[in-house]
Design a protein. Structure first.
Length: 104
């Protein structure tokens, strides 16, 4: 994953779309490269969102990373602003039945 991050940084410096370059540079079965923001949570380490693809990416403290598909931006914004990221994720993402996949 670090190699893909390095590719994205170089692509960005060259004025290229880092997401596209990283996606082309890796095998098709691997996940999108979605930049994530660290959060204060007992269970969640970081959260990212791809607005175009409506993919929410959540890295848990145990190291697992999940992508949730078809998640509207308002859910991502709510998650980032929630007083409890874990409770919000459970209620508005997991319980809502969004399709998901572990990506690491």
């Amino acid at each position: 994953m670090r190699k893909l991050y390095a590719i994205a940084v170089v692509a960005s410096a060259l004025g290229l779309d880092p997401g596209h370059v990283a996606a082309v540079a890796r095998p098709a079965y691997e996940a999108f490269l979605i930049p994530r923001t660290r959060v204060q949570s007992n269970n969640i380490a970081s959260i990212g969102y791809d607005e175009k693809a409506e993919i929410l990416e959540v890295e848990f403290r145990n190291g697992s990373v999940y992508q949730y598909y078809g998640v509207p931006k308002r859910i991502y914004v709510g998650l980032m602003n929630a007083s409890s990221h874990g409770a919000y994720l459970a209620q508005y993402v997991k319980d809502a039945g969004y399709r998901y996949k572990e990506v690491n």
